[in-house]
Design a protein around this ligand. Structure first.
Ligand code: NIG
Ligand code: FE
Length: 415
C-alpha cells in the first residue's frame, strides 16, 4: 500500500466530471485555495482544505507528506493523438516544406509517411523500443501521464503488429499509460500503389482481425484525405473496425475539406482529429454529436496552415481536446507548452478551456474520462505539481515547461 498526502497546496485547478465537457462548460474549472489531496492505492481518497483533510486522516504515520505551498496542482496531461513510435527522421522534408513544397506532394513522391514506413520496417524491435522509451520519458517530464500512440508506419501486417506490440511492451515497462490505435490506413504502401481499394480490403480481411485477436489496439483510425483515402474507403474500414469492437477515430479535414468531420459525427466516432479545413456544416454536425474534436495546433504551426476554428467549435457546443500529434513529418514536437500557447494565443481558447482540453476532454478522446482527467475523489491519482501557484502560468510562462513534479499512479515520479 502506498499513501501520499499533498497539503498546503496554494491552488488546485481542475475540470470536473467523468465525461467530455462541451461548449461553454469547458471553461468551468473548479479552483480551490489551501487544498490538500490524500491518495492511497493509486486513487484520490479525499480532497478539501488542509485542515479538513488532516483532521479526517488523524494519524499521518506511514503517509508520505508533500508540501504544496507555492504550487498549483492540475490533472496529469493526456496527449490523445501521437505517432510516437517510428524509425528514422525526416529533417530534409521539414526544410523542403518551409521552402514551399506541399506535404502531400512529398508523400506522393514516395517520401513523407512512406519514407518513415521504410525506416520503421527496417528498424529492429529493440531499436524502436529504445527510441520510444526515451520519448516517453521526455513526454512524462512535461506532465504527460497518458499518451495515445498510433501504428501506421508499417503498412503491412508484420510491421503494424510490431509497432503495436512494442507500444504494449513500453506500457508494461514504463510508468506511462499508453492507449494504442491501429492506423494501418495511414497511407497506401508501395505494394498497393494505385490499388487503394485493395489495400483497404487487405486491412479489413487480413490485419484488423489479428490486431483484435491479440488485443493490440482499442481504436482504429484512418487518414481521410484527398489523394490518400476517400470518404467511402474510410467509412468502409471504420464500419468493419466497429463491428470488431474498435472505437473509431478519423484524421479528418487536415489539408482539404473532404467531409471527414461529418463522417466522424455520423459514425459516432470517439474523435475527429485535425479539422483545420472542416466545413461549416461538418462543424455543426460535430457540435450536435458526442464526437470529440481533437485539435493539433502544433501541426498547423509547423505546416504554416491556418489553425482549426477552435473558438467557433466551442461556441457552437463542440467538445474540444488538444494533442501534440508528435510525428517525424508534419509535427516533430511533443511540446505541451507549445500546444498550450498556440491554443490560447492563436486559437482564442481561454486558459480554462485549454486545461480542460488537455485533461478531461483529452481523456475522453481515449475513452478514459471515467478514471482520469480530473482531480476528484475516486479518480486515479495522475497529478502535476506546477512550480507556480496559479494554473494561468501554464500559458503566461509562454512555451516553458512549468511541471515540477509528476505524480503517476499515486507515486511521485522518479524516472
Ligand atoms: O497527423 N496526416 C497524417 N498523419 C500525420 C503525419 C504523419 C507523418 O507525416 O509522418 C499527421 O499529421
Ligand atoms: Fe496525426
Amino acid at each position: 500500500m502506498s499513501a501520499l498526502l499533498i497539503q498546503h497546496i496554494t491552488q488546485i485547478a481542475t475540470p470536473l466530471g467523468k465525461r467530455a465537457l462541451h461548449g461553454k462548460d469547458m471553461g468551468k474549472l473548479k479552483v480551490y485555495g489551501d487544498g490538500a489531496i490524500y491518495i492511497r492505492d493509486n486513487v484520490i481518497q479525499d480532497i478539501g482544505t488542509t485542515r479538513e483533510v488532516t483532521a479526517r486522516l488523524g494519524d499521518l504515520t506511514d503517509i508520505t507528506v508533500i508540501n504544496g505551498a507555492g504550487k498549483c496542482v492540475v490533472p496529469g496531461f493526456v496527449d490523445p493523438h501521437t505517432h510516437f513510435l517510428f524509425g528514422g527522421s525526416r529533417p530534409e522534408e521539414f526544410i523542403d516544406r518551409l521552402s514551399g513544397v506541399p506535404y502531400l506532394e512529398l508523400l506522393n513522391r514516395g517520401g513523407g509517411i512512406r519514407s518513415t514506413m521504410q525506416a520503421t520496417r527496417q528498424s529492429t524491435a529493440e531499436a524502436l523500443y529504445q527510441t520510444g522509451y526515451g520519448i516517453l520519458q521526455d513526454m512524462m517530464r512535461t506532465g504527460v501521464t497518458t499518451v495515445e500512440g498510433k501504428s501506421g508506419y508499417g503498412l503491412d501486417l508484420e510491421t503494424e503488429l510490431k509497432q503495436l506490440r512494442i507500444m504494449k511492451r513500453l506500457e508494461a515497462d514504463t510508468p506511462m499509460t499508453i492507449k494504442t490505435t491501429f492506423l494501418g490506413a495511414h497511407a497506401v504502401p508501395p505494394e498497393y500503389d494505385g490499388r487503394s481499394d485493395a489495400y483497404i480490403d487487405y486491412l479489413i480481411q487480413s490485419v484488423l482481425p489479428l490486431v483484435q485477436a491479440e488485443n493490440l489496439a482499442a481504436f482504429c483510425d484512418v487518414f481521410c484525405e484527398a489523394g490518400v483515402f476517400t470518404l467511402n474507403q474510410s467509412e468502409k474500414l471504420l464500419e468493419a473496425a466497429a463491428s470488431l469492437g474498435f472505437k473509431c477515430k478519423i484524421h479528418a479535414d487536415e489539408i482539404h475539406s473532404t467531409g471527414g468531420g461529418g463522417l466522424a459525427a455520423r459514425l459516432n466516432a470517439i474523435s475527429a482529429e485535425h479539422l483545420l479545413a472542416v466545413s461549416a456544416d461538418d462543424l455543426q454536425a460535430l457540435a450536435a454529436s458526442k464526437t470529440i474534436a481533437v485539435l493539433l495546433p502544433a501541426t498547423a504551426f509547423c505546416m504554416r496552415k491556418p489553425f482549426a476554428p477552435a473558438r467557433k467549435m466551442i461556441d457552437s457546443g463542440c467538445a474540444v481536446a488538444l494533442a501534440s500529434d508528435f510525428n517525424p513529418g508534419s509535427c516533430f514536437t511533443h511540446s505541451i507548452a507549445l500546444v498550450l500557447a498556440l491554443a490560447v494565443i492563436s486559437m482564442q481558447m481561454s486558459v480554462e478551456e485549454v486545461l480542460t482540453a488537455l485533461t478531461l476532454n483529452a481523456a475522453a478522446a481515449v475513452d478514459c474520462a471515467d478514471t482520469i482527467g480530473s482531480v476528484e475523489i475516486g479518480k486515479k491519482a495522475d497529478l502535476l505539481l506546477l512550480k507556480y501557484p496559479d494554473y494561468r502560468f501554464l500559458v503566461y510562462h509562454t512555451g516553458m515547461n512549468i511541471v515540477e513534479q509528476v505524480i503517476k499512479d499515486g507515486r511521485l515520479l522518479n524516472w
